[in-house]
Design a protein around this ligand. Structure first.
Ligand code: ADP
Length: 276
């Protein structure tokens, strides 16, 4: 009888412990959501006045100023823009964490938008004497349905990093893919390869973590929030893909991601024509 009572007590105890654990987990999740939501609201509220500061500094620089005054106005604008980049990163990160980021779904031309982006980033690359190339698999369709803005954000982060952490050589963006058997979806494999400083073997596993910069010494001369890759990883995850990196210190890095996207097949104009 005593054994039975003990057993019953043990079971009640276990049930209570599990209940406590569940309760604690629920509270922790609620706290984490509250934090993300606070950060998201906060950065949103900061963004609006900051846009005012940047916009007005820009207008001011266009007025009749002495050289010294123009330098001040430009500094206000540049600092404001740098702050906006950080705020946008924090906003995106906390939106994703709070489960509030909604992906768009629209047709777009991947090849065209990659070339456009590369052209934009070419300016920075050329300043450093780097070659920036896009190599798009010619057998792959170019039109897909997805979130072009978010894909562009990931590409901007990867190409931006590749240019930032490379002193000489090249940055190559490669897109290969396999259409599914019925040609309605393509499995894309996009890589950004650089010949830059690379990442030490013991650090490479952490680069997708938040606020993770490989080392403070090395990063002091490069600006950044250390949020870019964490956001990219989360965005690719939301789109159902994978992201990875291979790197050798002193030789270079290759960041890549895979995505399965529906192929956008524009309606055949012949079929749209009304019968005579
Ligand atoms: P950051 O804003 O610092 O660039 P990221 O999240 O984009 O933040 O990158 C995190 C860190 O990973 C960088 O600070 C850098 O140390 C390392 N890293 C990212 N991309 C590269 C690259 N192409 N080559 C070398 N190191 C890189």
């Amino acid at each position: 009888d005593g054994d039975m009572v003990n057993l019953a007590l043990n079971i009640t105890d276990t049930i209570r412990q599990e209940k406590d654990l569940k309760e604690a987990r629920r509270k922790a999740e609620a706290a984490s959501r509250a934090k993300s939501s606070f950060l998201a609201n906060m950065s949103h509220e900061i963004r609006t006045p900051m846009n005012g500061v940047v916009g007005m500094a820009e207008l001011l620089a266009d007025t009749d100023l002495t050289e010294e005054q123009r330098l001040y106005a430009d500094t206000i604008r540049n600092s404001g823009e740098a702050l906006l980049v950080i705020i946008n990163d924090v906003l995106d990160y906390s939106k994703i964490e709070a489960g509030k980021l909604v992906l768009h779904n629209e047709p777009f031309d991947l090849e065209h938008s990659l070339h456009e982006l590369a052209m934009l980033m070419q300016v920075n690359a050329r300043d450093k004497g780097l070659e920036l190339l896009v190599d798009y698999d010619m057998f792959l369709p170019t039109r897909f349905t997805g979130d072009p803005g978010r894909i562009r954000q990931v590409m901007t982060n990867l190409i931006g990093n590749a240019v930032k952490f490379t002193q000489e050589g090249h940055v190559v963006v490669r897109v290969v893919g396999l259409p599914d058997s019925d040609d309605t979806t393509a499995r894309l494999h996009i890589t950004v390869e650089d010949t830059g400083i690379g990442i030490p073997a013991d650090k490479v596993g952490h680069v997708f973590g938040e606020f993770n910069q490989v080392d403070d010494e090395r990063n002091r001369k490069f600006e950044g929030t250390g949020l870019g890759l964490a956001i990219s990883k989360k965005l690719i995850g939301l789109m159902g893909g994978d992201i990875w990196v291979e790197s050798e210190e002193g030789k270079g890095s290759t960041f890549g991601f895979s995505l399965a996207l529906p192929v956008d097949i524009p309606p055949d104009p012949e079929l749209l024509r009304l019968p005579d």
